[in-house]
Design a protein around this ligand. Structure first.
Ligand code: ZN
Length: 409
């Protein structure tokens, strides 16, 4: 297992994927390189994919055998541009933004922010969609100086989403009517008036990196959950396991998964119906891959003392008695067995009983497909920060565990 190569490959994947649609485009590029063809699950392709906006389904069929599904999500919390974003304050151009998902707001302050997403425009052949990436620092949300908020370190930072998170992006002269549409038009080389609508989000343009004394760690945006998307894609591209393997990468997990392309749509259940019929084989398994909380050394008391989670400790199996995670004992056992076969360590997480537990797509897809499910994920710190941390061996561990899980024991 070459953990360094896996870590660098993950960094390249995440850097190509500032938005869910970019993540899908990068995944498609990698699947096509591995011989997968675009199509529908009902079609003839034994190695195919179907991309829909910020979500993607891909599959490989290889004779009789179990059905193994890996799910993950392409979206991450961030700041998204309002439809009429142009505003100004104190002589500066600013953009109005909405907060998408559970953002750690402080982590977006004083960062070099680019802008990415897609625009819908009137082209010469009708209405068309174009991906946009402005990967240079065009925006910034400056902090307030400590001299103007003397109690910030003792009373805490209070950020109002409407008032305090508006990025600055230029000096506004008296007769300067610059607009975001103008910037976008120049960027994609169209007249600004041709732009009909857009979905744009901010991202940190500083490249992800290995860090630590011996590069034990990765610092990167969107580890939650593009790390799982990368691991699922890599495992599927390289498997030759018998049976049917499916990956489902969903948008909109961070806002509840209810959308046309989210996990609470019919995408996965319909595809499984086409690929393997209404009732999948008995030893089928759905692995819901989404990152897990590693134990933070400065806040170790936020974890259950008997379930401490280590970076570079391998995939985490997540269990919750109240079905916030969908892990069943059989799902747990099958995934632990896959880790053992792959020579990968694994860990088990339960939330502190007196803290509210997060959730993921596992319970939703379990309800919609009826598949035996296990919720797993790579350990990470600073979940939902603009720049998160995981162990530099953890991408390789997760990818190897998913590859082994594609094989029935
Ligand atoms: Zn997540």
């Amino acid at each position: 297992m070459d953990h360094a190569a896996d870590a660098h490959d993950f960094l390249a994947y995440v850097q190509a994927s500032p938005t869910p649609r970019h993540c899908v485009a990068e995944t498609v590029r990698r699947l096509e390189d591995a011989g997968f063809v675009s199509g529908e699950p009902a079609g003839a392709a034994d190695a195919g994919f179907s991309a829909r906006a910020g979500s993607l389904l891909a599959w490989r069929r290889n004779g009789a055998g179990p059905v193994r599904v890996v799910t993950a999500h392409t979206d991450s919390p961030n700041l998204r541009v309002k439809p009429q974003p142009d505003t100004r304050g104190a002589g500066l151009h600013q953009l109005g933004v909405e907060v998408y998902g559970g953002v750690l707001l402080n982590s977006w302050l004083d960062r070099d922010l680019g802008l990415a997403g897609h625009v819908v425009l009137r082209g010469s052949d009708g209405i068309e969609t174009r991906l946009v990436t402005i990967d240079r620092p065009v925006l910034r949300v400056p902090q307030l100086a400590i001299h103007l908020d003397r109690e910030i370190n003792t009373k805490g930072l209070h950020l109002n989403k409407q008032q305090h998170m508006k990025p600055v992006w230029g000096i506004a002269g008296d007769d300067d009517e610059r607009s975001l549409a103008e910037l976008l038009g120049a960027e994609i080389d169209v007249d600004p008036s041709a732009i009909l609508a857009f979905e744009l989000m901010t991202f940190d343009v500083v490249p992800p990196a290995l860090w630590g004394w011996q590069e034990e760690f990765i610092a990167s945006p969107r580890i939650d959950n593009q790390l799982s998307c990368w691991a699922a894609t890599t495992a599927l591209a390289n498997t030759d396991a018998p049976g049917t393997q499916v990956i489902a990468l969903f948008d909109h997990e961070e806002v509840g998964s209810t959308s046309a392309t989210g996990a609470d749509s019919g995408l996965l259940a319909d595809a499984l119906g086409e690929l393997v019929g209404a009732s999948p084989a008995e030893d089928s398994l759905c692995i819901s891959a989404d990152c897990a909380h590693a134990t933070h050394p400065n806040y170790a008391d936020r974890h259950d003392p008997e379930h401490q989670i280590a970076l570079n400790g391998g995939p985490v199996i997540k269990i919750n008695a109240n079905e916030r995670y969908a892990t069943t004992p059989m799902g747990h056992a099958l995934f632990a067995d896959a880790c053992e076969r792959a020579d990968v360590p694994h860990q088990v997480f339960v939330n502190r009983t007196d803290l509210a537990c997060g959730s993921t797509v596992g319970p939703i897809t379990a309800a919609r497909t009826g598949l035996e499910t296990v919720d797993v994920g790579a350990p990470q710190l600073a979940m939902h920060s603009a720049r998160e941390t995981t162990g530099s061996s953890d991408p390789g561990f997760l990818q190897a565990a998913l590859s082994a899980a594609f094989q029935a024991p």
